[in-house]
Write a protein of this length. Sequence first.
Length: 530
Amino acid sequence: MRRWNGWGDDSDIFALTDDARAFVRERVGDGVPSTDATREQALKTVPESRVKSPLFVTDAATRLDRSRGQSFPDWIAMRSGRMGPYADGVAFPTTHDEAAVALAEAKKIGAIVIPYGGGTSVVGHLNVPAGDQPVVNISLERMNKLLKLDETSMLATIGAGTPGPQVEALLKPHGYLLGHFPQSYEYSTLGGWVVTRSSGQQSYRYGRIENMFAAGRLVTPRGELDVGGMPASSAGQDLREAVMGSEGRFGLLTEATVRVRRLPEREDFHGVFFPSWEIGLDAVRTMVQSDVPLSMLRLSNEIETETQLALVAGHKTALTWLNRYLRLRGIGQGACMLMIGVTGSEIECNHSRHRALDIAASFKGAHVGRFMGKAWAKNRFRGPYLRNALWEAGYAADTVETAINWNKVTPLMRAIEQTARDVLGKENEKVHAFTHLSHVYRQGCSIYSTFVFRSTGNFEGDYERWRKLKSRLCETMVEHGGTISHQHGVGVDHAPYMPAEKGALGMDLIRAMAREFDPQAMMNPGKLFV
Ligand SMILES: Cc1cc2nc3c(=O)[nH]c(=O)nc-3n(C[C@H](O)[C@H](O)[C@H](O)COP(=O)(O)OP(=O)(O)OC[C@H]3O[C@@H](n4cnc5c(N)ncnc54)[C@H](O)[C@@H]3O)c2cc1C
């Protein structure tokens, strides 16, 4: 069963080994575990629903399970059992028409609507506003079917509430795949990806969701908007752009038509180690700018490399051999690991692997074969499970992410990590911060940093530590010219930083669009813009 107050299925426990515990303890100190609320305690805090319509399910468990996402404040709310306001009910439409009826009903009863996909938002997209107005979730989770497959045009129309594994399971028997693999793949949904502009681990081959989203149906408080459908068009503005990034403020995306690919013949992941971050970064940029057709380039900095090997890779004998081999190749302290994804036909894979490894070798990269790649692929969606184990050991963890042009990547990455250390350093607390880049473009790349710090033992204290870290880290990203989000979207947590990126006129335009779709301001207020 899915954990109600953490990440993942509760039968899947990614435990910290003794060595991993010692590693974390050495870096930030002894963990200070908190006492979590039980589900029963949390259920008792769900008030009576203010909604009487039969379209909305109002029992406490249904409302509890959809009242929060996975942001740090969400995490604190769930662990403390102080969830904040709850939605008054949840509708579960199974078709586009039923979704339209649910939205019309919400409008009739004067309710605020929060569309709910897979509940994996990490920026407060799903927060329920306090106030006298009733609030309902419209959950798309039962809209999970393959509605149409046009094999000639390689387009699939799929219910917007379909989670990642099911999207691929629907396509696979026909010989196709979508190829969108965010780390939240197990639970996040096609509709959620589109409206938050998500990016998957193999975006280098398959593109971001923007590149896959061909057409969609949006139910808005003012009626239906159908967008896209043509292979390309110069007929004015592309209205798919109004849907992508709309974060539930403009309407409900009920169906999405996506561009699919044939299943690849082959896929391998290769590990390469570089003597330093700067050298590894130059190698990655060279591969991208030489158009080597790979499916993934994921470069960990020296701290993340060390952390991954300690926390995830595990196997001691293999690590001893790896370190010996790297030393022989002149790679020691400061080593950075690059994971290269090679996907396609046999011929394509051979060609792109050779080109990538030739470039790596010209930058002193040591290829360690596929064993690290196999370990990475096996655990590719399991990293977030560590957050449960860290929390239970008395440590908090969160991430920030951005994207920036190549010439500014290293200064921004260093500034993010240093800022995290400085913020809690003022309280004599240590932060273990580490980074990778994993979405690469000719112009630049994403930067994804994780920070681990000790819990305070009380929820208010943890929230306060996180708040200081998050706000300074967001400011640092903006000051350096990075986007406030490469892939997680805006929600509540990033909304204050939007004007710096979009400008005053840009913000007016976004607000005007929201007013046009939703004159009563009933759709997911407080998210995307304030
Ligand atoms: C452990 C973890 C790892 C993650 N890794 C990645 C990653 O690698 N890449 C990445 O891009 N993101 C990642 N995320 C963030 C998150 O998974 C994405 O933002 C995802 O796109 C959210 O999809 P969802 O279906 O869970 O949407 P939800 O969290 O349910 O909703 C997010 C927002 O979209 C709106 N919404 C959802 N569905 C619809 C719909 N059909 N119509 C209208 N509005 C809708 C909601 O109202 C809300 O505002 C990660 C999150 C976690 C917890």
